[in-house]
Design a protein around this ligand. Structure first.
Ligand code: GLU
Length: 289
């Protein structure tokens, strides 16, 4: 099954030498829809076209939204569509201790600080939507009062720690706008690396796991392009390799928004139960603009 490799020059700018490894990393916050299958086809076809391997990773750190039933549904839907992935699958919720160890490392190096503020406080204290802060002066009292806190990366401390290197971070992109991309994480401000409620964050878990799983090429939707600046910063701070990136177009709804609840966002399992054929669902994922 190859949905995309018939397109001419699709991979013209991909760089690879050794065995290529990519991943499809869905979050079980709902049932998979056609937009997810576009992403799965992109990642699995990319690996196949380069004689590489595509791993499946379950990104379920957000226990407020992810459920084991939805994880099982991901396996069932992908299996029905004919995808095949190496075992064992990495399930992020089994690795909180590793994310905590990264937080501990960053804390020892003075790169993160505890932030007790509410969303409202952050909005009020941001300048043009960018928040830069520091440890609370009354941190000790707040800790003894058991107040919950997030860990934020101090962009200023990161800049100090990296010196000149902070201004020379870059990554190679082979998808939309191929070539070397300069990285500037400053407009993101002091991002949250460990949320109050879950003790970690998407940015931390995804970069940790890409390094732990030796991902050489990250294939994912263009909605995550802006996060790549944060990811390269974390990789640089942690001494992890910076993979190549391949951001692909998303299926958009009638309003030009990322597919959500409308149009082809019908769950794959509903399409299956309604008698749709596997090939029709894959064709939809490949060809919807
Ligand atoms: N788990 C993310 C999502 O479902 C994808 C993360 C990534 O590919 O970097 O949108």
């Amino acid at each position: 099954m190859s949905q995309f490799s018939d397109k001419p020059n699709l991979y013209a700018s991909v760089r690879h030498s050794a065995k290529l490894r990519t991943r499809f990393a869905p979050s079980p916050t709902g049932y998979l829809h056609v937009g997810h299958i576009r992403a799965a086809c992109e990642a699995f076809d990319f690996a196949r076209a380069h004689d590489g391997v595509c791993l499946l990773r379950i990104e379920d750190i957000d226990h407020t939204r992810c459920t084991p039933e939805l994880t099982t549904a991901i396996y069932e839907d992908l299996d029905w569509l004919g995808f095949d992935w190496p075992l064992p699958v990495r399930v992020q919720s089994k690795h909180y201790d590793e994310y905590t160890a990264v937080i501990e490392d960053l804390r020892e190096r003075g790169l993160i600080y505890r932030c007790f503020k509410t969303r409202k406080d952050i909005a009020a204290d941001s300048i043009n939507g960018v928040y830069c802060g520091r440890a609370a002066p009354d941190e000790a009292e707040r800790l003894s009062a058991n107040e919950s806190f997030a860990w934020r990366l101090s962009m200023a401390a990161a800049q100090d720690a990296l010196g000149e290197a902070f201004h020379h971070m870059r990554y190679y992109e082979s998808g939309e706008h191929p070539g070397w991309h300069e990285v500037n994480p400053r407009p993101h401000g002091d991002i949250v690396l460990a949320r109050k409620d879950i003790g970690t964050s998407y940015h931390l878990a995804v970069t940790h796991d890409d390094a732990a799983q030796h991902i050489s090429h990250v294939v994912r939707g263009t909605d995550l392009v802006s996060s790549t600046d944060i990811h390269v910063l974390l990789q640089t701070l942690m001494g992890w390799p910076v993979p190549d990136y391949h951001h692909h177009a998303l299926i958009l709804d009638e309003d030009g928004e990322k597919l959500s609840k409308r149009r082809a966002s019908t769950a794959i399992r509903e399409l299956r139960e309604a008698g749709q054929r596997r090939s029709a669902v894959l064709a939809m994922a490949a060809h919807l603009p």
